[in-house]
Design a protein around this ligand. Structure first.
Ligand SMILES: Nc1ncnc2c1ncn2[C@@H]1O[C@H](COP(=O)(O)OP(=O)(O)OP(=O)(O)O)[C@@H](O)[C@H]1O
Ligand SMILES: [Mg+2]
Length: 226
């Protein structure tokens, strides 16, 4: 596992046709230990998802640097970034982003297969085990539309875990769930984190969810509050 170092990060969006660019991340510096769990909180629009997108390499910073260990994400080529993302980072989105035409099992296995370093039989068998562990036995062959929100969240989590990431970015993974399903997803996420020691960055509006993390960082207007 690698520590992450964020140095003086700035992100400005210039919208087409809009003459005033909007700076949404304003000089964020942060050291994240390998295997640490951090919850990010803050008002809507304060820049939490943007920060996660920058760390995932999905957005380019306007200024500043991000390091994974010795490697600078912000100076990687597109191909290197994609490789890092595929092999080391899993993103669990609020709306789960499952592929609608694939079954739960296929959704789960796809990223691990793309990684290309394990044989497909082994991945499918691991995917089945993972779905079972997350209480989705019997739902393997269902498509996302046939699953409840909680089941979709657990499928997305199974997919994230199956790719054996060093870092999981979870952006309000329970935001669309009732409190019971939300608790169950968080229980699983934090249980697996204890076992596998991946770094976990969780964005949440829920104080009790945030308290599960080792550290809570609050955001306001694109800055970390100290
Ligand atoms: N791709 C983009 N282009 C232009 N502006 C953007 C883009 N992404 C985000 N923004 C703007 O950046 C600001 C921060 O957005 P962000 O999604 O990071 O907030 P957030 O803290 O995740 O909010 P929420 O809690 O509602 O999810 C918002 O004003 C948003 O409109
Ligand atoms: Mg957000």
């Amino acid at each position: 596992m690698l520590p992450i170092k964020i140095i003086d990060l700035v992100k400005t969006f210039s919208l087409a046709g809009d003459s005033t660019p909007q700076t949404v991340i304003r000089g964020v510096s942060l050291d994240i230990n390998a295997g640490e769990t951090i919850a990010f909180m803050g008002p809507s629009g304060s820049g939490k998802s943007t920060l996660l997108n920058l760390i995932a390499g999905l957005e380019e910073p306007t200024q500043g640097k991000i390091f994974f260990g010795e490697k600078e994400l912000t100076s990687m080529t597109l191909a290197e970034k994609e490789k890092t993302r595929l092999n080391s980072i899993s993103y669990v989105f609020q709306f789960f982003h499952l592929l609608p035409t694939l079954t739960a099992l296929e959704n789960c296995a796809l990223v691990a297969i793309e990684q290309g370093d394990r044989n497909i039989k082994e991945i499918v068998s691991d995917a089945k085990d993972m779905l079972k562990l997350l209480g989705l036995e019997g739902a393997e062959n269902k498509r996302p539309a046939q699953l409840s929100g909680g089941m979709q969240a657990r499928t997305a989590l199974a997919r994230a875990l199956l790719s054996r990431p060093q870092l999981i970015l979870a952006d309000e993974p329970t935001g669309n769930l009732d409190s019971k399903s939300g608790e169950a997803v968080l229980d699983l996420l934090f249980q697996e984190q204890k076992k596998r020691k991946f770094t976990l960055l969780l964005v949440t509006h829920d104080e009790s969810a945030a308290r599960r993390a080792e550290r809570i960082i609050r955001f306001r207007d694109g800055q970390l509050q100290t």
